[in-house]
Design a protein around this ligand. Sequence first.
Ligand SMILES: [Zn+2]
Ligand SMILES: [Zn+2]
Length: 228
Amino acid sequence: MAWSQEEVEICCICLHGLGTPDISDEKLPCGHVLHEQCVTEMRRQGASARCPVCRESHPERLLTVANMVDKATQEFLLKNFAESYQLLSQAHNVDSDHDLVNFFLGGLCHKGLGVLKDLGRASEYYEAAHACNLDAANNLGILCQEHGDIPKARMFYEEASAKGHLSATCNLADLCEKQGDIPSARMFHEEARAKGHLGAICRLGVLCEEQGDIPRGCSTRRRVPRAT
Ligand SMILES: [Zn+2]
Ligand SMILES: [Zn+2]
């Protein structure tokens, strides 16, 4: 049986026809054509950077999100923040729901590294990541606190703290202390200290001394391991 031209022109990923008006096609450097959205999905899923038809490698064009995050991390560690931001932005174009990509982008916008400092954008990226990324939830709390939105800051700290983020538990304690709620501040510092957070041990000691509980403060602070 002979195949007509129309029957052969299908996307080998989803097996549906190419060249339809409502779905854009993407031509790879090897000449093979696939749906643009199928190529994006392939990169999101972390498949190899090869054409699925002929297996030719297209390391730049088909870079996966995981590859881009790895490269962005390397660039960040080398203090090449602009390159890191660029790679993460590309990754975001492929997978805008990726929690690590959103968290990193939020951090770069928050600190103004590789991109102009933009707390609104930082907040949007953290918002997209916070359900799966505790650091993002904690940083959202910090951003809200900086803006004076204390109820929202508390909500994000509580969310991260409940899932075991000890810095968030400490931030929650500091927030309570600033609000004058000393019993809650002590409770949260105690909780973080019990789980081994060194910062909480110091803060708890200071808090006890400030509250006139000198013996408690001293005994708490003696538990801080000495730096060698
Ligand atoms: Zn397709
Ligand atoms: Zn190919």
